[in-house]
Design a protein around this ligand. Structure first.
Ligand code: SAM
Length: 265
């Protein structure tokens, strides 16, 4: 099989293939797949993680953009009738279309250049997702799991933590991949809140406020939000508007968004 297909890693697809068996086992142990799960793997590559996942759970849909890898995966896993590979851009894929009765468990050693837009795309299907385990650039994992007042805390932290419980699991050294990436990597688990821990009346407005606030993170909240709400009177908001955006918790942002929503409706 190894000689069936010699695949040269392609930079434009962010291909850094996992070659470290210990790390692959650790990832699969963290996922703890059960036979009844509905697994989805984004960017299976040459099937390094897929192979071990399938030993625990036969129902796996893989979404892979590189068309040259599709026949390799179909051949390699031909003995698993519930394995299917869809040649598609995960950024455009309708994950809802493959969610049946059981929620999806999504897995991926993601191409780092698309990880943030992909996370936001996936969050739009969160009602159909049980959990997600990703290999990401360590810096992105730090941002996802950051707490208020820290350097890494920003838009990504607030929006990810609004939708999900975020757990940074363990680092993965560059030598675990071929070719080795120039950045550090880490595994993160995202579990959509169910029910939501706090609820924004208008999630789009929450997103806009968080975006605008962190574009000017060193300003006071009042000044940072001026482009969005030029007329906003600080007294009408149940928060100290002289605070910096980076000190607000997720709950504070939701409270702010809900106040602005009520004022405008
Ligand atoms: N899972 C494999 C592993 O761990 O060895 C490969 C990981 S590699 C970092 C990223 C994989 O995502 C590659 O197979 C690449 O072709 C695929 N990929 C890149 N962009 C993609 C996209 N937009 N949608 C789906 N797959 C993509």
């Amino acid at each position: 099989m190894d000689n069936f297909f010699q695949h040269k890693a392609r930079k434009r697809f962010g291909q850094n293939f996992l070659i470290d068996e210990t790390i692959i086992e650790r990832i699969v142990r963290a996922i703890a797949p059960r036979a009844s799960d509905r697994l989805v793997e984004i960017g299976p590559g040459q099937g390094a993680i897929t192979e071990l996942l399938l030993q625990h759970c036969p129902s796996l849909t893989a979404v892979e953009l590189d068309r040259d890898l599709v026949p390799l995966l179909q051949f390699k896993f031909r003995e698993y009738p519930q394995f299917q590979v869809i040649e598609q851009d995960a950024l455009k894929f309708d994950f809802g279309s493959i969610a049946a009765q059981s929620a999806l468990r999504i897995v991926g050693n993601l191409p780092y250049n698309i990880s943030t837009p992909l996370l936001f795309h996936l969050l739009s299907f969160k009602g159909k997702v049980q959990d997600m385990h990703f290999m990401l650039q360590k810096e992105v994992v730090d941002r996802l799991s950051a707490t208020p007042g820290t350097k890494s805390y920003g838009r990504l932290s607030v929006m990810a933590q609004y939708h999900c419980r975020v757990q940074g699991l363990f680092p993965v050294p560059a030598r675990s991949f071929r070719p080795a990436p120039k950045v550090e990597s880490a595994i993160v688990r995202l579990t959509p809140h169910s029910p939501p821990s706090c609820s924004a009346k208008d999630e789009r407005l929450l997103g806009q406020i968080v975006n605008t606030a962190f574009q000017q993170r060193r300003k006071t909240l009042r000044n940072a939000l001026k482009p969005l709400f030029p007329e906003l009177e600080p007294e009408s908001v149940p928060l100290d508007m002289s605070r910096r955006p980076e000190t607000l918790s997720v709950g504070d942002f939701v409270q702010l968004a809900n106040t602005c929503f009520e004022r405008n409706s």
